[in-house]
Design a protein around this ligand. Structure first.
Ligand code: CP3
Length: 343
């Protein structure tokens, strides 16, 4: 190994055989060592804000599988938390936030934002020192729309009806919320880059529930704003966008937002993915449940992606986060299969 970060080459538009591989949510509950550290941490947010333990869980999947990239261990909801909103993670329920009202949008307080997030920056600094040279370190944030859905509803919902209604009924407060989130998220990513992140990913997990006009205004524009701000300071740091569920709107997303890597969910047809790959690197897009099932479902899914996308700039990944019930042996089999591809 020469210490070359091949994922950065791919983000620059190069084709690399075999392609770099990592998994969204690669540090998580499917790993017994994660569950053990998680118990010692106390609450989930305590884990995110404890650099000793956050470094430990970030490194676990790298040590076990030798992935080409490591993603900072944190959560997209530390941003509203650092803006003074109530955020808690309840066992078996996921995130619970104090729902924000239109009036409260004007009271969001960014004064202590970076002080509150200092432990995250410290985690990034330590990670860059501890990771193997050839491992790309990815920082991340949630996209303003996805973070806003949790801030408004106070929890996950299947269709984000509370946030969509808020946007229609309170357009000014909603636009202001997206603006604040875009500004603060950009500043957050810039600090992560300055602490040592080689690339950053913007997760828009709920972009699939919006109509055309709302997708442009709530997903495309705020992400484009974040990319502009990050690139104004760090023009050479690649940004990966992940507009999950964007469907037809995947086409045009790269150009309109200015991202370098396009994260594909597993519903994107591979022929469409090939077209998208003409514009630059794509990342994805194995159905995480193929990884749970293993066997033929897994090997056929991996093979189809490598055949369709292997001769262009590809970062092999899942089409969404790995789920807790995934057997570790299946992850090992996937990594073996991807790394045995013949160029
Ligand atoms: O990928 C990684 O390994 C880095 C860490 C990471 C986490 N969350 C850790 C986490 C990242 C990149 C995220 C992003 C995130 N968080 C997103 C966007 C990506 C996606 O999955 O759509 C979203 C929407 C969230 C908000 C969030 N955090 C939810 C809805 C939940 C509950 C669902 C669940 O899986 O339990 C979380 C909790 C969470 N974030 C866990 C982990 C490992 C599990 C909590 C635990 O360990 O108790």
């Amino acid at each position: 190994m020469t210490g070359k970060r091949i994922m950065l080459d791919v983000l620059g538009g190069e084709t690399v055989f075999p392609p770099p591989i990592w998994m969204m949510r690669q540090a998580g509950r499917y790993l017994p060592e994660y569950r053990e550290t998680r118990k010692r941490a106390g609450g989930f947010l305590d884990l995110c804000y404890n650099p000793d333990l956050a470094v430990e869980v970030t490194l676990q999947p790298i040590e076990r599988f030798g992935f080409d990239a490591s993603i900072l261990f944190s959560d997209i909801l530390v941003v509203p938390h650092a803006l003074g909103r109530g955020v808690a993670f309840e066992e078996g329920r996921g995130p619970v936030l104090t729902p924000i009202t239109a009036a409260e949008v004007g009271e969001l307080d960014a004064e202590a934002f970076h002080v509150n997030l200092a432990p995250v920056y410290e985690t990034v600094r330590r990670l860059r020192k501890k990771l193997p040279d050839e491992t790309t370190l990815i920082g991340f944030c949630g996209a303003p729309w996805t973070v806003a859905t949790y801030m408004i509803a106070g929890h996950g919902t299947p269709d984000q009806a509370p946030a969509r209604l808020f946007a229609y009924r309170e357009p000014q407060a909603f636009a202001r919320l997206l603006r604040i989130l875009a500004e603060q998220s950009a500043a957050y990513l810039i600090r992560q880059i300055e602490a040592g992140a080689d690339a950053v990913q913007i997760f828009d997990s709920w972009s699939g529930v919006l109509d055309e006009a709302c997708f442009e205004a709530f997903c495309v524009e705020p992400v484009a704003e974040i990319v502009r701000r990050v690139h104004a300071v760090h023009p050479n740091v690649p940004v990966i966008g992940f507009p999950k569920g964007a469907g037809h709107r995947y086409s045009g997303y790269r150009q309109k937002t200015g991202i370098q890597g396009l994260g594909l969910d597993w519903t994107v047809p591979l022929a469409a993915a090939r077209d998208l790959q003409r514009g630059g690197a794509v990342q994805g897009n194995l159905d995480p449940l193929r990884l749970v099932a293993g066997g033929k479902a897994l090997s056929e899914g991996v093979d189809a992606i490598l055949r369709a996308l292997g001769d262009g700039p590809l970062i092999f990944n899942l089409g969404h986060g790995i789920t807790p019930e995934t057997p570790i042996a299946h992850v090992e089999a996937m990594v073996r299969q991807v790394r045995s591809i013949q160029g």
